[in-house]
Design a protein around this ligand. Sequence first.
Ligand code: UDP
Length: 238
Amino acid sequence: MSAPRYKRILLKLSGEALMGADAYGINRQTISEIVEEIRSVTDLGVQVGIVIGGGNIFRGVAPAATGMDRAQADYMGMLATVMNSLALQDAMRAAGLVSRVQSALNIEQVVEPYIRGKAIRYLEQGRTVIFAAGTGNPFFTTDTAAALRGAEIGAEIVLKATKVDGIYTADPKKDPSATRFDKISFDEAISRNLAVMDATAFALCRDQQLPINVFSIFKRGALKRVVLGENEGTLVYC
Ligand code: UDP
């Protein structure tokens, strides 16, 4: 069996990944499939931190929130990520995987608060840690939370799981001639104006020299291939 390239990773799952083919919410079948992808890397002994989005339930900038005070809408978005985190933890439990949820917003009756040292201890004990409520601050995204927690826990890479299998020269849905980058430097991604993550998240990863690998969570075995260091999706390197 090949050895994993990374010992500790930060996996960013968008809320939409949990929807599957549904228009809203959490699809049980889809979440179970994601859990199996996670298992395939925890089985290798890789320590996994997860930041989960909330876009399948509520987004502070989405039309549903139009007209709302932005900060208020963002708090709703953060609460949506807590719901997703609980759903993922439950699906992991049902599949026999142990995880802990830590929240950036204090709701201690539901989940424990984010404490960096405790999170690292859990990871060392082989427990997956799900970081809920983003950064705990409005005007940010869960991409930024992924960069932040990734840097805090000393992850070697941020794995951004999306619906698309990497970063393309143009939107592959609109431009059939678009090609995928196997890898690209932070500087080139900036000069080509490629939207890998939002600007805050991207800048944080670049400053902390934290590489990003964008890949599709719906491609069976892709997460494991990334962790084994195989060419999967697009690697953004320093
Ligand atoms: N959010 C926030 N601060 C954070 C992270 C998230 O205010 O640090 C809110 C924001 O409203 C965002 C929503 O939570 O739209 C859901 O997160 P995101 O849009 O990043 O989820 P994803 O697109 O990954 O599903």
